[in-house]
Design a protein around this ligand. Structure first.
Ligand code: FES
Length: 140
């Protein structure tokens, strides 16, 4: 299992985490290439269907990250995302799917260092869980 390289689909808010990713890049901070970034305007627009589809199509992990609480450019999109993801994790767990494969976090635009750290943490966590192996397909 040591050579397992997970695929992690990441939905990043344009205004904060995506900007932090840019900052990490321009600051030459290294982070794993396992993260496949999808830029969205706000975490509040990440429909739970996107998460489920990512898992069904082979993602080993899904990461959603946006503005810190109080900084959302659309007032409360990140709070809506937090409620939706909490519920989605509970539903996934009910079906025997490992909810640890899904993570929601906040990374501000100036947090390039934190961005790189979280990408390393998430990759290590998904590596420790092993491949997704289509478990979600089995329960749907
Ligand atoms: S604009 Fe960044 S989370 Fe809403």
């Amino acid at each position: 299992m040591n050579d397992f390289e997970p695929t992690i689909v990441a939905f990043f808010c344009n205004w904060c985490t995506y900007t932090a990713a840019d900052l990490a890049g321009t600051s030459r901070l290294s982070y794993p290439s396992n993260i496949k970034i999808v830029r969205v305007m706000c975490t509040g627009m990440v429909d739970p269907k996107y998460v489920i589809k990512s898992f069904l199509e082979g993602a080993d992990g899904v990461l959603i990250s946006g503005c810190n609480p109080g900084d959302c450019h659309y007032i409360n999109g990140n709070f809506k995302a937090r409620r939706r993801i909490k519920l989605l994790k509970e539903i996934l767990a009910q079906f025997g799917f490992q909810p640890e494969r899904l993570r929601l976090t906040w990374i501000g635009a100036s947090d390039g260092i934190r961005f790189a750290e979280i990408m390393r943490e998430m990759t290590a966590q998904i590596k420790s869980l092993g491949p997704n192996e289509g478990r979600l397909k089995m329960v749907i």
